[in-house]
Design a protein around this ligand. Structure first.
Ligand code: URA
Length: 256
């Protein structure tokens, strides 16, 4: 079994799109596999992108919440930004963290994946998505022909672990937002994938429901944004992995 097949098997979706009549897959990204994936757009969603080829549509949100005065990142380069994040005490999440988790990967990546916030393992190791959910995220990246650190950057909506892995509060997300904003400015990705609702709401503002928003193309400050399920959710709800696969294919088709 090829590495790609085993990754897709790990996602639990290979049987959905494998075409027995077609030749064996080549090494590297397999766009045809995405094209074969069955895609059922949801009935109602905030923004439609239903013409081919897919292109960013009018922005859902033209502004994001104004950053609180306590966090200032203007003009910071990567090293200063990471130092600022590691030293940050702007919200209560700093009080119980082991360390802040700025993000990991290629600082000039085309792809940016944004999660919710570090969990226990990420807090201990200082790197996002290194636990079970991270393993699934790595498999999702591999199924796209991507790998952690190679043309991919991984960040979170909040950089410090919410105690007990609770969902970050709106004020914690808002306080941390300038860090993510500056990361996006520095990376200048060609596509952002929001993993789960908190990430989607952080990136797009307002109320987002993943089931309604997936399959639609959003835009944040000129960068296309696609929404999908969080890998931790997919571990609990493996029946939705096929939808996540469709979303990743949609994201790849939406890269401009
Ligand atoms: N879940 C997230 O949203 N981010 C991580 O870094 C780990 C788990």
């Amino acid at each position: 079994m090829s590495r790609r097949d085993s990754m897709l098997r790990e996602m639990g979706i290979a049987p959905l799109w494998r075409d027995r009549a077609s030749p064996p897959p080549q090494a590297g990204p397999d766009i045809r596999a995405c094209e074969q994936a069955p895609v059922e757009p949801p009935a109602a969603a905030p923004v439609r992108a239903d013409s081919a080829p897919l292109r960013p549509v009018a922005p859902v949100v033209t502004t994001v919440a104004a950053p609180p005065a306590t966090v200032s990142v203007e003009g910071l380069g990567w090293d200063e930004l990471e130092e600022r994040i590691r030293a940050c005490q702007a919200c209560r999440l700093s009080e119980r963290r082991t360390q802040a988790v700025p993000g990991v990967g290629d600082r000039e990546a085309d792809w940016l994946f944004v999660g919710e916030g570090p969990g226990a393992e990420e807090d201990a190791r200082g790197e996002p998505f290194v636990g079970q959910a991270g393993k699934l995220l790595d498999a999702m990246l591999a199924s796209l022909g991507l790998a952690r650190g190679q043309n991919v950057y991984i960040a979170n909506a909040v950089k410090c672990r919410p105690p007990g892995n609770r969902t970050p509060e709106a004020d914690e997300i808002a306080t941390c937002h300038p860090y993510l904003d500056r990361q996006i400015e520095l990376i200048r990705p060609r596509i952002i994938v929001a993993l789960g609702r908190p990430a989607a709401q952080t990136l797009l503002g307002g109320e987002i429901k993943i089931a309604a928003a997936r399959g639609h193309l959003f835009e944040r400050k000129g960068v296309p944004v696609v929404v999908t399920y969080h890998p931790a959710y997919l571990l609990r709800n493996p029946q939705d992995k096929a939808k996540a696969w469709e979303d990743l294919c949609f994201a790849r088709a939406s890269v401009v």
